[in-house]
Design a protein around this ligand. Structure first.
Ligand code: TYD
Length: 207
């Protein structure tokens, strides 16, 4: 099934919200319907990004907040320009695990960064490429923490308080962008959440 144009759909949420499972389910579902997709992620979709991801998630010495932010933005610039934009030009449905909103939620709300500045930097990095639709997987911090278990990387090991700040930041973003951001209750089972995802996407893509 050829679509009239490309669609850019991003998946967002605090750690442990289950969005990675859902993006894979949706990717299979759309492919079964004959819709061409590109499933991708941040950080780490490009070769440059893979190097940055390694540092972002596993570097053990202290990293300044600004250095961290610029690495996410560098990853995004490469990703948006080299991978996402060309796929949209080919009329694909791009399913992206994290994008612009992650930097606002984590580096902005989570780390008390300046959100106005982050918005400007995001715009520069992406040359203004925004998602058409964003699914925000909202999960209670206690449930997320249980899901994450013991295998935590540098960012995930920062605890409950940080998680709550990120979660509330996302909810604030959803309030400010009700057209673009759809909140999905991710406290439920995988099947229940996916039913919700299919409904939202079905309506959005008219399929
Ligand atoms: P990852 O293991 O991919 O986590 P997840 O499966 O939850 O997406 O790690 C990505 C981490 O990077 C995650 O903790 C969120 C963080 N992050 C930011 O802090 N800022 C950003 O701009 C992005 C894209 C991710």
């Amino acid at each position: 099934m050829e679509l009239k144009k490309g669609y850019f759909i991003t998946f967002e949420g605090a750690d442990g919200c289950g969005k990675t499972t859902q993006i894979e389910l949706l990717n299979n579902f759309l492919n079964q319907k004959g819709i061409e997709t590109l499933m991708t992620l941040e950080p780490g979709a490009t070769d440059l990004g893979k190097n940055l991801r390694q540092i972002l998630l596993h570097y053990e010495k202290p990293v300044s907040d600004e250095a961290e932010m610029f690495m996410y933005l560098a990853d995004r610039a490469q990703h948006a320009q080299m991978i996402i934009k060309p796929a949209l030009d080919e009329k694909k449905v791009v399913l992206c695990d994290r994008y612009i909103d992650s930097t606002v939620a984590y580096q902005g709300y989570g780390r008390d960064g300046n959100i106005e500045q982050i918005n400007i930097l995001n715009k520069i990095a992406t040359k203004g490429l925004k998602s058409d639709l964003t699914l925000l997987f909202d999960v209670e911090s206690e449930i997320a923490q249980n899901r994450l278990g013991k295998t935590k990387d540098r960012l995930e090991s920062q605890g409950m308080e940080f998680h709550k700040k990120v979660r509330n930041g996302y909810l604030e973003l959803a309030k400010q962008n009700p057209q673009r951001i759809k909140v999905i209750n991710a406290n439920r089972t995988i099947d229940e959440v996916f039913l919700n995802v299919k409904n939202v996407i079905g309506e959005f893509l008219n399929i």
